[in-house]
Structures are given as C-alpha cells and as structure tokens.
Design a protein around this ligand. Structure first.
Ligand code: SOE
Length: 386
C-alpha cells in the first residue's frame, strides 16, 4: 500500500481552486491511510499556472496535460477543465496507469463516456466523478434515512437546480455557453447534478420527456472569464446551448419525478433542491440552506405532526464529526473535501469509488434521453450503461 498519493491537477480556475483547497485540507480533518501530495498543477497559461501553484502549494506546474499524465511521480490525475477536454485527458491518464478523478458532467456525449469507462476498466485504475453534492452531510443523511425506510416507498420526487448568473443579457460569453466546449447549457451543467442526486437517492431513471430553451441567443463576446465571472470583449457571439431544461421522469422502481435546471431564475443563486415524498414521509433539502434536512413522518403522533428541521452538524451525522462542534455550519467547499477523502481512501484500499465513471456515463445517458425526447416529441427510454 502506497504511503502517499501523488496528485496531478489539470485546471486552475473555479474547480481548480475547490479541488486544491480539498487536497490541502483533507488530512488536517480526516485520518487518511495515504495522504495526498500536491505534486503538479497544469494549465495552458505558464505565468498564471505558476502563480496558482505557488499560491496553493503545488510543488510544480506543467503547461501540457500530455506531459503531466506521462510523469512517473503522479498516481492520480484530477480533471477540472471544460467538458470537451475530459475524454482525451481521462483516456490518456488511464493509459498511463493513473487513477482518474473527473469533474461533471463526465463527457460531452454517451459515446465519449463509454470510451472513458472502457479505458479506465482496461487499465484497472480507480475512477470517480465529482458529484460534490452527494457528500453534503444533510444529503448523505437523507440517503441513510431512505435506506433505513424512514419515508417508506418513494412515490413522487422533485429535483430542481436553479441559478441566475446568466439572467443579465449583458453577461458575456464563456466556455459554458458554447456547445463545442460544454456540450449543453444548464441541462448538463446543473441537470447533471440533479440526475446524480436522483440516482443516488431514488434509483435509476427509465424514461424521460422534456423541453429545453435558449431565451438569450446572443451575448457580448468573451474578454476574460474565471469561474462565474467574466468581462466582455468586442462584438457579439451566438449562444449555442440551452438556458434551461424542464422534464418529467419515470424511475425504474415506479416513482415519478420532475426535473428543472436553469441559469436564468432571477434571485436563485445556487438553489439546488429536492423534495422526496414517500409512503411514510418526506425529505426536503436545498443547497442554499445546505446544513438542514427537513423531514416529515406520518408516524409522528398527531399532536406533533409537521416538518422537523434537522441540522446535520452533529457528530453522528455523515462527515460532520470530523469538523467543528455541533451547529458550527459547513459550506460549499466541504463537499469537495469529503469527496477527496472518500476517493483517497478508496484508492488506498483498492475499492470502487462512488460515483464512478459508470455512474457518470449513466448520467450522460439520461441527459441524452431528454434530448432524444425533445427530438421525437415523446417519451424516450434511457439507455442502460453496464
Ligand atoms: C455553474 O453553473 C456551476 O459552477 C456548476 O458548473 C457547478 O457544477 C455547480 O455546482 C455550481 O455552479
């Protein structure tokens, strides 16, 4: 068993920061079999990536991902770059015998996702997709409660991911607004999270029917962009992805669901929410109040009926005991720390990671099924990824 796990990170913007923070922090709060060593970060702009490496504590930097994945002092390649680069990097990393951790959505389409899955399986390396919201303590708690049958048979579910950072038509173009770099808009960017949470908590989706729409079809050309901020360049550029998607689902276990993803919901900053109704109760969670899980049980005495609000910061709640005393709330970055903790332990103990590339591919299959339903104007079956 290795004493350390040597990390090579590709991408140094929004996700690069979130992942770097996780590697820097994880062994301070969690006991690891093999702690991470921040060996190298990679990006195309040499000066910017060098500055990032110094600031975040990476030992070295590269400007070519091909060089990074070929290095023999790296065990794990972490991909935090735009969607169109995932497949080539992940397949290259797997061929070099590296474990792979990849941002969501896994791939631009199902064909690519299947190729990535085949590559990591052929290489016998560990693989994980970063669906960070699974590892918010209140969400992990919801999973435990569903498994403990606290809400009974799941019947109806609502998964909603609303943001508003694109509601201003003057917000400039960036890679997330181009089909060739992002694959899709809110549908893949946010809908992928909703699908993953639905698969995690409810189960596999069998059939879908939906709609997508682009309301703002042109935006100022890109000047600079970093994460969800951008400055305009000269002229206008066409938006080639959706602003929102709305769809219905039938789950394999018989449950029915509604899904919605948008980046134009004025006032909703990061409103990633689910409501799950079962035969014995309901669970409700929203990221904007991420430490709370609302639970309703039909089994409570009639005098005490009503939603109860659980603050998932007790020592016995998933992950929470490793942090602060109860009530000392957690934030966005903690989900990434938890993901990296599980990933590193799974690698150390040679276990399957969750969600793995099969899960990532199954999520892409759902995204594509919605597209197929839009084309056909009717329900579409979700392809099963084995
Ligand atoms: C932008 O919509 C974004 O950064 C997504 O790409 C992330 O996956 C989401 O968690 C927050 O918003």
């Amino acid at each position: 068993m290795a004493a350390e796990i040597h990390i090579g990170l590709i991408g140094y913007k929004f996700m690069g920061k979130a992942h770097s923070h996780a590697y820097r922090t994880v062994d301070k709060f969690f006991d690891l079999t093999a702690p991470p060593v921040m060996k190298a970060v990679c990006g195309r702009n040499a000066a910017a990536v060098e500055q990032f490496a110094q600031r975040w504590g990476w030992q070295s930097h590269e400007t070519s991902w091909e060089k990074l994945v070929a290095r023999d002092d790296i065990d794990l390649i972490d991909i935090g770059t735009p969607g169109h680069t995932h497949a080539a990097i992940a397949i290259g990393a797997a061929k070099s015998g590296k474990h792979v951790f990849c941002e969501k959505p896994l791939a631009m389409n199902l064909t690519e996702a299947r190729e990535m899955l085949a590559a990591v399986r052929a290489a016998g390396v560990r693989h994980m997709v970063n669906f960070n919201y699974r590892r918010v303590p209140a969400v992990s708690l919801a999973k435990q409660m569903i498994e403990a049958d606290d809400i009974g048979e799941i019947r109806q579910v609502r998964f909603t991911y609303l943001q508003d950072w694109l509601v201003d038509p003057e917000f400039p173009m960036n890679w997330r607004l181009r089909k060739e770099s992002a694959g899709s808009g809110a549908h893949g960017d946010l809908g992928a999270h909703a699908i993953d949470l639905a698969r995690f908590l409810v189960g596999d989706l069998a059939e879908v029917v939906g709609q997508k729409k682009t309301f703002i079809t042109e935006r100022p050309a890109e000047g600079t962009s970093d994460g969800l901020t951008a400055t305009a360049g000269k002229g206008m550029e066409s938006v080639t992805v959706d602003d929102c998607s709305m769809w219905l689902a039938k789950f394999a276990n018989g449950a029915l669901g509604t899904f919605e993803a948008t980046r134009l919901a004025a006032g909703r900053r990061n409103y990633n929410r689910f409501e799950i109704n079962g035969s014995k109760g309901s669970l409700v969670w929203c990221f904007e109040e991420m430490n709370f899980l609302d639970f309703y049980s039909t089994e409570d005495p009639s005098t005490a009926q009503g939603f109860r609000r659980i603050m998932a910061t007790e020592g016995d709640h998933p992950y929470a005991g490793n942090w602060w005393p109860p009530g000392h709330a957690l934030g966005y970055e903690h989900g990434f720390v938890h993901a990296v903790y599980d990933l590193l332990e799974d690698i150390s103990h040679d276990r399957n990671c969750q969600p793995d590339f099969r899960d990532g591919a199954q999520c892409v299959a759902v995204l594509e099924a919605v597209d197929a339903s839009i084309e056909s104007g009717g329900w579409a079956e979700v392809e099963r990824v084995e």
